[in-house]
Design a protein around this ligand. Structure first.
Ligand code: GEK
Length: 241
């Protein structure tokens, strides 16, 4: 069972955020109350995966956490001989993800792997999903990770990329941050929780500007990139090889 996120409810000496047992325990509540449109994003990623999945190919869910996107993709795949490879580098997440997936039946095989996105191979892929994961890869490694994904995609294959983004200048960024904090307040987070979480995450998650994402995907060689969702500083894109 998972519970309510109260990790930063009490005043504390804030350490860098990690995806440990405590976070795993409350993760569904945390992400739902922190990311505007999370349920819509996950279900749409499933639909897109269903449209772009190719027979005899792999679909990847990188930074799978508890497998929400894996489940959503699996529900929509109707092509033959597809398998999903779900990867996360948090051992407690992977353990809980495996348990969670066991609760649902499907003919599409899923391989849940403990691993670092920087080290894994991507091959014979028709769909690669990164739902709020690239932001946790160090900025210096992002190009290489995306280039590896591009090289592992089949022609016509897609990257489904959701990210928290930074506004294009400080003034625009502050507008987005204020709106996001309002969203969190509305979902029951206190000022203390919002501010302590912000401190915990700031060294761990360094968002790029949307323009930087689009330029990088273009430079790597993706033929088409379309933003299909944005609410405040949360954005989802599809990039087609
Ligand atoms: C969802 N996609 O529910 N290698 C592998 N995994 C990593 C790495 C890495 N280098 N860095 C971070 N992670 C999910 C939500 S959460 C987003 C994704 C968030 C993993 C990390 O352990 C965590 O499970 C996930 O990426 C990010 O749709 O919490 O904001």
């Amino acid at each position: 069972m998972t519970g309510k996120d109260s990790i930063y409810a009490a005043e504390q000496e804030v350490k860098d955020f990690t995806f440990d047992e405590n976070v795993v325990e409350v993760f569904p509540d945390m992400i739902q109350r922190s990311v505007p449109g999370y349920a819509t994003i996950v279900s749409t990623m499933g639909k897109l995966a269903g449209s772009f999945a190719q027979s005899n190919s792999n679909l990847y869910d990188l930074g799978c956490s508890l497998g929400a996107v894996t489940l959503s993709m699996r529900r929509n795949i109707d092509k033959e001989n597809c398998q999903i490879i779900a990867v996360d580098n948090s051992a407690p997440m992977v353990e809980r993800c495996k348990l969670h997936l066991k609760g649902f039946k499907s003919d599409v095989p899923v391989d849940v792997t403990l691993g670092d996105i920087n080290d894994i191979e991507i091959e014979n892929a028709s769909v690669v999903a990164m739902n709020f994961t690239l932001q946790f890869i160090t900025p210096e490694q992002r190009y290489a990770v995306l280039e590896k994904i591009y090289n592992g995609l089949k022609p016509g294959g897609v990257l489904l990329l959701s990210e928290k983004i930074r506004g294009e200048n400080d003034q625009k960024d502050n507008i987005l941050i204020d709106l996001h904090h309002d969203f969190k307040r509305h979902n029951g987070y206190s000022e203390l929780e919002i501010s302590q979480k912000r401190t915990a995450i700031e060294n761990v998650m360094r968002p790029d500007q949307l323009s930087a994402h689009l330029q990088r995907l273009d430079k790597i060689g993706f033929q088409q990139t379309q933003v299909w969702y944005q609410c405040f500083n949360f954005c989802s894109m599809i990039a087609i090889k």
